[in-house]
Ligand binder design. Structure first.
Ligand SMILES: [Fe+2]
Length: 214
């Protein structure tokens, strides 16, 4: 497909339950030369705007409501004039970052987002947070160009963190087992933090993750 996927790595902090940690986030920009969507425009609005490079932004898609993923969204939304989508079950996390405001739209399981001749499909994958969502970009004709933007649900090496508030380990395991691991093995997993992986590289390890409990 002619779709273009840009990865931008930005740095900042994540705060929850009274702690603050330094983090690097992946910002994914998906589209063609005319238009794009932005997935999780974290930390650095100027860098995100530079990566958009004047294209029309049709949507800002949020994988979940943790503050490292959304704190820069207000500025990015103003800069690119696009609606912000977040699953409603994470709006209580949005409220903590932007009190008295709401995202522009909900994301329901199965919602689709067309961009640059391709289609992203939302997969509701709760566990890291109640409203965590992955976005599947299915390939055209071949499996090898399929990719899933996994947010903090699945990383290289296992599930996203479930040790803090609003997370649940059995729930993330069921999301990964039922929604992500059935995807073709060569589906590229583009994560919210760190390097990409594939479904095939991760799926043999499900039982190890369950045994270790994280
Ligand atoms: Fe997170």
């Amino acid at each position: 497909m002619s779709i273009r996927i840009d990865r931008l790595v930005t740095a900042g902090t994540f705060s929850l339950d009274g702690g603050t940690w330094d983090v690097e986030n992946n910002v994914w920009i998906v589209g063609d030369d005319a238009e794009c969507v932005i997935i999780d425009p974290a930390h650095d609005p100027a860098a995100v705007a530079a990566a958009v490079a004047g294209r029309k932004v049709t949507a800002i898609l949020l994988t979940h409501g943790h503050d490292d993923h959304i704190r820069a969204v207000g500025e990015v939304r103003t800069a690119v004039n696009a609606p912000v989508y977040l699953n409603r079950e994470d709006w209580m996390l949005w409220e903590r970052v932007f009190p008295g405001t709401e995202p522009d739209r909900d994301i329901a399981d199965g919602d689709t987002f067309d961009v640059g001749g391709a289609t992203l499909v939302a997969l509701h994958t709760p566990g890291h947070s109640p409203g965590s969502v992955c976005f599947l970009l299915a390939g055209e004709g071949t499996e090898s160009d399929s990719t899933v933007f996994s947010g903090d649900t699945l990383f290289q090496g296992g599930p996203g963190a479930t040790g803090r508030s609003f997370s649940d380990f059995p729930t993330i395991i069921e999301s990964i087992r039922n929604r992500l691991l059935p995807l073709p093995g060569d589906t590229v997993v583009r994560t919210g933090h760190g390097d990409p992986t594939t479904i095939g590289a991760e799926s043999p390890h499900l039982e190890e993750w369950i045994a270790r409990g994280h």
